[in-house]
Design a protein around this ligand. Sequence first.
Ligand code: ADP
Ligand code: MG
Length: 235
Amino acid sequence: MEEQLRKSDTLNVVGELAAGIAHEIRNPLTSLKGFIQLLKGNIDGYDTYFNIIMSELERIESIVHEFLVLAKPQVVNYKVFNVIKIMQETLELLSPQALMDNVEFRTFYEKDELNTYCEPNHIKQVFINIIKNAIEATVENNTAEKIVSVSISRPNNRWVKIVIEDRGKGISEEKLKCIGEPFYTTKEKGTGLGLMISYKIIKEHDGKIEVASEMNKGTTFSIFLPLKKKKKNAD
Ligand code: ADP
Ligand code: MG
């Protein structure tokens, strides 16, 4: 109960609304995709159209994906959890997209297990949103080496540090100030909600996010998650 209250306190109206809508869109979307697939197999000569419909539906699906974790009407469940496991699951989930865009993931884990006190589903959402951006920025930079690197370490007794680095198109100093604001996007089909949600989640964890970027060189997101739970949440 307390956790649920905390969630609605910190997620603002925009986030809540987006999450709710995402949840509602998901089921009809799945059914649409199923029926298009069925038609495709039964009607000759319209493959091009079916393929366009399919790829547009997938596009909607990927937007919805950004909010899915938050959209699930589930009780927020903070626990001690291995961040590396969350990252491995995230990379697995995003590997089809990486493969399609020719992007290679490189991982550096200081240990096999680095635990923090966190809401694993929410942290996974943050990783998904930031790594998706990294892939997209890589694709938008033609000269880039198509590599997204992820490293997880414990630099001191306070934090677990997760670094996500791309060699993509970069963010200008001026735009750096705007990222994370609701609906701020530079993408034709962007939502501008992925980072806003990520920042909120990390804030709820009493963590922090730092961003460093150079135009046409790449961007580094560093996420710091506290090792221990906040005192006020002690049970
Ligand atoms: P969206 O991806 O839908 O645009 P986000 O909130 O995820 O929304 O990101 C907001 C904006 O921040 C993006 O449109 C992009 O301009 C910028 N951005 C985020 N991550 C990166 C990155 N790794 N490289 C370059 N630009 C980025
Ligand atoms: Mg995004």
